[in-house]
Design a protein around this ligand. Structure first.
Ligand code: GLY
Length: 319
C-alpha cells in the first residue's frame, strides 16, 4: 500500500504539500485532490486558476473545474461559473449527483448558491491591470489577445488504492464569453480509473480536446504501457496528428500516475513544470524539456524556484 499525488505546474506545490500530509495520514485521494486544488484556487497571484484568474474579453472571470472519482467513475464539472470561491468543491459536489452533474454558467451558479457554496468576486485588482494592459498591447492594435491556459490538474492515489482527479482553470485569457476548454471535459482535461490509473492535461484546450488525451493515456496504461511511455506516446501522437492535419499544434502537457503510484509526464513545450509526492519522495518540483520526442525532467533549481515566485508576485503597473 502506498500513496502518490501529482499536479501540473509549480503552482501545485503548496497544495501538494498539504495533500501529502493528508494522504500519509490515510485521508482519501478525493479529499487530498480537493484540498490541494482549493489552495491553488485561493492564491491570488496564480493568474490562470480561481481567485486572481484572468478574465474573458468582457472583463469577467469565468471558471471551469472538474472532479472524478476513480472508484465509481463519478464525474462532476462546472464551466463558465462566475463569482464563486472554489469551483473544484462545486464540481466535486456535482459528482455525487446522478443527473445534472455537469453544469454551466447560470445553472452552475444557481446550484452553487442553493448548496451553500461561498460567493466571491474573483476579479482581483492585479487581474484588472493585466486585462487593461492586454487590451492596449493587442486588441487595440488588432493582434491576437489570447494567452495563458495553465490549468491546475491533479491525480492522487491513496492508501486504500482509491484514485481521484481534479482540474481548475480560468481558461484562456481574453476568451469569448462562454468559451470552454478541455479542463472540465471528461477524457480531455482529466480521467481516472482506480483499476488502472489517471491523467490530467494542461495547455490549449481547443487542441487537447481533439485527442481526448487524458482518456488516451489511461487507455494506454490499461494496454500495459508504463505511465511515462503512455504520456510520451499520447502527447507525441496528438502533436504530430495536429501538425499533419492543421500545420500546427497548441501547447499540450500531461501528468499521470498508475494504480501502483508510478508517474509519467510529457509535454510539447519548453518550460512545463510539475509537482509530485509519494510515500518515499517529499513534494518535489520538476522542470521539463523535450529531447528526441521524449520528455525529460529534472528537479527545479533553487534559482528557478526563487525566480518563479519573484515573477508571479512582482509589482504590476498600468502601461
Ligand atoms: N487548458 C485550459 C483551457 O484551455 O481552458
Amino acid at each position: 500500500m502506498s500513496w502518490t499525488i501529482i499536479g501540473t505546474w509549480r503552482m501545485a506545490l503548496e497544495g501538494i504539500e498539504k495533500a501529502a500530509e493528508l494522504l500519509s495520514n490515510g485521508e482519501s485521494s478525493g479529499n487530498a485532490v480537493e484540498v490541494a486544488i482549493k489552495m491553488v484556487e485561493d492564491f491570488p497571484y496564480y493568474k490562470s486558476v480561481g481567485y486572481g484568474g484572468l478574465p474573458n474579453e468582457n472583463g469577467e472571470v469565468e471558471l471551469d473545474a472538474a472532479y472524478m472519482d476513480g472508484n465509481t467513475l463519478s464525474i462532476g464539472a462546472v464551466a463558465g461559473i462566475k463569482d464563486f470561491k472554489n469551483p473544484i468543491s462545486i464540481a466535486r459536489r456535482l459528482s455525487e449527483e446522478k443527473f445534472n452533474s455537469f453544469l454551466v454558467g447560470q445553472g452552475a451558479e444557481e446550484y452553487a448558491h442553493k448548496n451553500g457554496f461561498e460567493r466571491m468576486n474573483m476579479l482581483t485588482d492585479r487581474a484588472i491591470i493585466h486585462y487593461k494592459n492586454r487590451l492596449k498591447e493587442t486588441v487595440n492594435k488588432g493582434l491576437s489577445p489570447y494567452d495563458g491556459h495553465d490549468t491546475v490538474g491533479m491525480v492522487a492515489l491513496d492508501l486504500d488504492n482509491s484514485m481521484a482527479s481534479g482540474t481548475s482553470t480560468s481558461g484562456l485569457f481574453m476568451k469569448k464569453r462562454g468559451r470552454v476548454g478541455d479542463s472540465p471535459l471528461s477524457g480531455s482535461g482529466f480521467y481516472v480509473d482506480s483499476n488502472i490509473g489517471g491523467a490530467t492535461a494542461t495547455g490549449l484546450g481547443e487542441d487537447i480536446m481533439k485527442g481526448c488525451i487524458s482518456y488516451e493515456i489511461v487507455r494506454l496504461m490499461k494496454e500495459g504501457y508504463s505511465p511515462q511511455e503512455a504520456a510520451d506516446k499520447a502527447v507525441l501522437e496528438l502533436n504530430n496528428l495536429l501538425i499533419s492535419r492543421r500545420k500546427k499544434a497548441g501547447d499540450i502537457s500531461v501528468v499521470c500516475i498508475n494504480n501502483k503510484g508510478e508517474f509519467g509526464v510529457a509535454t510539447n513545450i519548453e518550460g512545463f513544470s510539475f509537482v509530485v509526492a509519494t510515500e518515499k519522495l517529499p513534494p518535489t518540483v520538476y522542470t521539463c524539456s523535450v529531447e528526441d520526442d521524449k520528455t525529460i525532467y529534472e528537479i527545479a533549481t533553487e534559482e528557478w524556484m526563487n525566480d518563479y515566485i519573484k515573477t508571479r508576485t512582482a509589482p504590476l503597473k498600468l502601461k
